[in-house]
Unconditional design. Sequence first.
Length: 504
Amino acid sequence: MVPLAEDKTGAAGEAVTCLVTGASGYIGGRLVPELLDAGHRVRCLVRTPRKLRDHPWADRVEIVQGDVTDADSVARAMAGVDVAYYLVHALGTSRDFERTDRAAARIFGGQARGAGVRRLVYLGGLAPPGVRERDLSPHLRSRAEVGRILLDSGVPTAVLRAAVIIGSGSASFEMLRYLTERLPVMVTPRWVHTRIQPIAVRDVLRILVGCARLPAEVSRSFDIGGPEVLTYLTMMQRYAAVAGLRRRLVVPVPVLTPGLSSHWVGLVTPVPAAIARPLTESLRHEVVCRENDIERYVPSPPGHPLGLDQAVSLALQRVREAQVTTRWSSASVPGAPSDPLPTDPDWAGGSLYTDVRECAAQVPAEALWQVIEGIGGENGWYSFPLAWAVRGWLDRLVGGVGLRRGRRDARRLRVGDSLDFWRVEEIVHGQLLRLRAEMRLPGLAWLEMRVEGDSGGPVRYRQRALFHPRGLLGHLYWWGVSPFHAVVFGGMARNIVRAAARTR
């Protein structure tokens, strides 16, 4: 082990100021509290600050609004920072996402150098040995290029390269979980025989935190992985054993291309094809660590790194106890609308269709709110389940997220949570839940649920569906579906009130 000599990043044990990008995402949302617990000061650069509002650590961090593609906001965020974590990527935002990633990495590295930042830390992907960069999948190729740009920035940089990350809520874990649980007999692509070195999310976070105190002279890439090298087939069988399932029968076939594989994964699991594709493409080649040099600087404590069985067991425990702090869906879906609800009725942005439903509720306000906040996921949408299911399937068929993302927590919601094919845009506990649609639509849509009144007087349930059409197709869409609103939205309002009455 190389001792952590005193250097520009501070002596071992000294607190530093850390900038975290991607704090509303899967890894970033878990890294922030780990850095705080390690005694560091944390600043978050986010496009939408309110997404962090309901996190338990929100009042312990400084939040700067901005985007990694905007040099001015990155410069503001970098001021006075010692260590900057780069945990974002533009995957799927457009066909030209590699150019966006390249430009953002150059801005980030250049602004870090100009601000005198002492260390950059980037979590990338583990590239297969012996494969030329141009032959990699676009996902891995872009990850490799971003790492190289940051290493060339003139700021000491640690590029951590991981393969499959196993943790509650990770896309890789959800893919493994649902493929194994839902298909006791599977026809699978050849990549199930690819050798992989998975790593537990707890070990990824531990290493990320440890990199804040790397010696200044260390500027390089590190392969990071767990203690085992396994095929994906073995991972599925091991998952089944840990989960108490019968051994799975797997029949590999050679005809499933990465594109077809991603649609197959999207059909069986909650992970949509747009996100499944880079995961399956990454499995075409062997991804095994070629070195373990990170141990020299961030040594593993006893019992670490975790093996697959323990990582799966811990992830399942988190799922069963509803303690999943972040999910793969924590980050916004590529291509999904992000515009907030326009101010109405004086909005000057064009047509805004609404469907309003109100019901008197002879129940306590608290009981009504409990039903509202518990909507979606396993609890469903309280009206015409077949219609909701069909809408979810149609969304999946056109590349959307569908209904099966479910919920992060069965009882509590926070701003930024995904909720089936919605995302929580605003929540005022006990009063208001506003959801923004992330399904594929010719326009923007919101669903708003309110509790009006309190337990000391009459209580009413008020529900609004809003739609801002995009072009003629958007108008046709609204008028095409509006005849069904009485059944879907009207029934939803009545059934929510009835469900609240049953909880008394």
